[in-house]
Design a protein around this ligand. Sequence first.
Ligand code: FES
Length: 340
Amino acid sequence: MSRVMPYQPQWIREDFVDFMAEKINPLWAWKKVKAKLVNIEMLSADFYQLELQPNNHFNAKAFLAGQSLLVTVQIAGVHQQRHYSIVKITETGNIVIAVKRQGLLSNALTRLALGSVLEVSQTQGDFNLDDGSTALLLLASGSGITAIYALLQQALKQNTAPIDLLYFSRDHAFDAALAQLAQQHPQFQYHYFNTIAQPQHLTLALLEAIVPDFQQRASYACGAVGMMHSIQEIYQQLGISARLKQEYFQVPVDESAEAQSVVFLRAQQQFSASTNLLSSAEHAGLRPAHGCRMGICNSCSCIKISGSTKNLLTGEIDHHSNTPIKLCISQAVSPVVINL
Ligand code: FES
């Protein structure tokens, strides 16, 4: 007599479970973090603050001020991803991000209807305060104010040492809130530069005039490429780079570097690269794995078999063979072969 074995599924596909679950509730997923847009607020003409209510896979307790969130949205059937600095996590565990209306995904995000559901990551990144008790210099330009604002709030909670913020911007996003914080906290000095009313760049002379003891402070900078280059140069010249922590919201390109031949060995593909290796590969029609595009998540890590690459965030040139690199922040400075 044959015995009837109970049905034992060998595996269950996560995407199938998610597909079924989201029919019942769009926030439900087996493992994925999803979040519902519950509020949207205008900070300035093109800068919006979005409040997202995540499902219970999101670990709000792991959040450290200065971290960011990878947001995924489907636009015209294609998954688009981008990193946004987290302004704060509310007391109810909602995630607040600020989004400048520029680029495909950011534009789409600011036009979403309340109640829309997005896929988001856990909090990511290490742009955090090292020590809350030292004097700080904070530098921000443009959208970089989001991460700096989060660090400032954290520092004010735990720090009575002096904090100076230099903020270069074309608009007034966060300006009123920052001015108010300066009134409430005597240790905080706020220096705002409206770069439309009065063009102003970050220079050594400006730093010395406004924050004479800046060389002794822990410094944090997040902003556009111009400001980030200036601060990097100033700190390198003074030999105090170790005191500076930087977070890019836009990976710079070395425009002086010539286009180089890049080979993805296993895929047997060759292409010419004149920007970061991820974008150059995509431009050539390839689809390497990636996530944040900012050097944070490690999704694009791979082994460089030979050739020289430049780390676009630190400026370091790597000539080693068989060494790991991140495609999104590496630019070829000689012909390169990659194990992909
Ligand atoms: S895509 Fe995240 S590190 Fe490169």
